[in-house]
Design a protein around this ligand. Structure first.
Ligand SMILES: Nc1ncnc2c1ncn2[C@@H]1O[C@H](COP(=O)(O)OP(=O)(O)OP(=O)(O)O)[C@@H](O)[C@H]1O
Ligand SMILES: [Mg+2]
Length: 278
């Protein structure tokens, strides 16, 4: 099965561009002037210590929070003026750090709900259930099943979401996000709560998604996963961009090492400040 691909933008062209995004919560500057761009076809990593602003950045980009300044351009469209459902319709899908599934609905139904972003029947159609609505529902169900198979949990299609293992719930969230036919899939800590073998399977899944033409934005604390998977990495600290570049560049950046391991860590590792990336 293949996933939907956007053919307008070519591989390597800028798909998402964030320009000077700032977000404040009372006295806390959660994001300040965050700028970066993601090219189509990349797996783009977003890392940083707890509280750095990673999830806030997702929330600003997907319309849950309105930034005080800055804008986010996605496939040429300014997302900053859009509502969350419009952003999803434009091809930007996400998962949540705190899993957001309908716990008492089946895995299949959860994915079918995701698919409704791309359907036409609407509420009235769903109530009247005419022939075309029924046909559409059948197509949605078939597609949802395909997506469960794609993420490797088709055997749980009819189980209620909350009965699934944590790792399977994360994969179900990915299937639900994929049901919107995204150009960009943003994952907020998809490996959280997964055991090492589940993480290996997740890594393969993310590579498969990218292989099917979907650009991936990945928040993750598992450094091995981030550094092994990502083409580029953005590091946030206290809401500011600390570094941006290829995984190897970022890994050797003394400011990044200090942010993770504490002051003096870079020096102890023999990395001098001259090596710092711009
Ligand atoms: N809705 C909110 N209201 C007030 N403060 C918030 C809100 N959301 C986030 N914050 C604060 O903003 C800062 C950034 O939080 P955020 O959740 O974006 O961090 P994070 O990088 O995702 O961290 P983690 O790795 O722990 O998930 C934190 O200090 C957090 O307490
Ligand atoms: Mg977070």
């Amino acid at each position: 099965m293949s996933l939907n691909m956007n053919t307008e933008l070519k591989e390597g062209e800028v798909l998402l561009q964030a320009e000077g995004l700032s977000k404040r919560f009372g006295g806390l500057q959660a994001l300040s002037e965050v700028s970066f761009s993601i090219r189509k076809g990349d797996i783009y990593g977003l890392i940083g210590p707890n509280g750095a602003g990673k999830t806030t950045l997702f929330n600003v980009m997907t319309g849950l929070y309105i930034p005080e300044s800055g804008r986010c351009l996605f496939a040429g469209r300014n997302l900053t003026e859009c509502k969350p459902h419009q952003i999803a319709e434009s091809g930007f899908a996400r998962t949540f750090q705190n899993i957001r599934l309908f716990g008492s609905l089946s895995a299949l139904e959860n994915v079918m709900i995701g698919r409704h972003v791309r359907t036409h029947a609407g509420v009235l159609g769903a109530i009247l259930r005419n022939r075309s609505t029924r046909q559409e529902e059948e197509q949605i169900e078939a597609r949802a099943y395909e997506l469960l198979d794609y993420v490797g949990i088709a055997q749980h299609a009819n189980e209620i979401a909350r009965s699934l293992s944590y790792g399977d719930q994360r994969r179900l969230e990915i299937a639900r996000a994929l049901a919107t036919d995204p150009m960009l899939l943003a994952l907020d800590e998809p490996a959280a709560g997964m055991n090492p073998s589940e993480t290996v399977v997740l890594r393969q899944l993310i590579e498969k998604i990218r292989g099917d033409g979907i650009t991936v934005l990945l928040i993750e604390h598992d450094m091995k996963l981030v550094m092994g998977l990502c083409d580029r990495v953005l590091v946030l600290e206290y809401g500011k961009v600390l570094a941006e570049g290829k995984p190897t560049e970022v890994q050797h950046n003394p400011r990044v090492i200090e942010a993770y391991l504490g002051a003096g860590a870079a020096k102890e590792l023999g990395i001098t400040v001259e090596e710092e990336q711009a």
